[in-house]
Design a protein around this ligand. Structure first.
Ligand SMILES: Nc1ncnc2c1ncn2[C@@H]1O[C@H](COP(=O)(O)OP(=O)(O)OP(=O)(O)O)[C@@H](O)[C@H]1O
Length: 263
């Protein structure tokens, strides 16, 4: 039984909490980088670190000094290399901590139901516009952002700040409209801007047939808590992207439910 004596570990209750918290953080970080090129970077860093430890133990001074140089700036290098992932991680924490995301609290906030209802006529306009664009095979990329972030949107597009209407959406994406290229961003109940260039997803697991429109729609949902609706010019299919994942062939009924839930 001596073999199972773990008393030398001196584990306190707080140590167990500590380990669980670190495991949760690692799990969330892994979920954020899963399927992206960042996984290869992490593997590269782990390999460098392991080789460094081995060369240290074997007193291979030249190699261990070179690798030691990398390891000593490791933390700073990690922040620079993973700035997008760190940003996503912080957004995830902030998003989950935000009071308005907590469904239990929402039921106690007066006026919250009315806020939901304000969105419904806008959602109807969006769905009607998607129907027309789907039938006419007009490509479209509509992003719904909870927090309007200039860094991603306004800097690259045209500010509009207009009320959501079926005809406005259709005319923006009409093939010969000057604003049809790029994404339209809806936030705070308004069409904030159009023709925005979004960050394109570098997820290596995405099917090869996904072109730039789909990759841009997925990309913005990887980096922020926005959701995106994509109308394919090629197939007329509707797609819905959220948190870096995409759902293809979405029906109008599903789209309505998803938008009511997410925006
Ligand atoms: N970074 C970007 N941000 C926003 N929109 C983009 C971006 N890159 C490309 N687009 C839009 O995607 C269009 C090109 O779509 P592409 O054919 O490559 O995509 P797709 O995913 O195959 O979609 P489709 O099924 O509509 O062809 C461009 O005309 C432009 O409007």
């Amino acid at each position: 039984m001596d073999r199972f004596d773990l008393s030398f570990l001196h584990l306190r209750f707080l140590d167990i909490v500590d380990i669980i918290l670190v495991a949760i953080i690692i799990y969330y970080l892994y979920n954020l980088i899963r399927g992206t090129i960042a996984v290869n970077i992490v593997l590269g860093l782990i390999i460098i670190y392991l080789v460094y430890i081995v060369t240290e133990q074997l007193h291979m001074r030249l190699l261990s000094n070179i690798l030691g140089g990398f390891v000593s700036v490791g933390f700073l290098a990690l922040i620079i290399v993973f700035q997008q992932e760190i940003r996503r991680f912080l957004l995830l924490i902030g998003k989950n901590a935000a009071l308005h995301r907590n469904k239990i609290w929402e039921t106690f906030i007066p006026g919250n139901k009315e806020a939901e209802n304000i969105n419904i006529p806008a959602i109807k306009h969006i769905i009607e516009a998607c129907k027309t664009m789907q039938h006419s095979r007009t490509g479209a990329l509509i992003v719904f952002a909870k927090y309007f972030d200039d860094q991603y949107y306004q800097n690259t597009g045209e500010a509009i700040d207009g009320f959501i209407s079926k005809r406005l959406i259709e005319s923006i994406f009409k093939k010969n409209s000057p604003l049809h290229d790029g994404a339209m961003v809806i936030s705070e109940g308004k069409i904030k801007c159009a023709s925005c260039i979004l960050p394109v997803s570098d997820n290596i697991k995405l099917p090869a047939q996904y072109g730039l429109r789909h990759r841009a729609g997925i990309g913005i949902t990887e980096l922020s808590d926005a959701v995106a609706v994509i109308v394919s010019e090629e197939t007329g299919q509707l797609a819905y992207a959220k948190q870096g994942r995409v759902r293809m062939d979405v029906t109008y009924e599903d789209l309505e439910k998803l938008l009511i839930r997410d925006i």
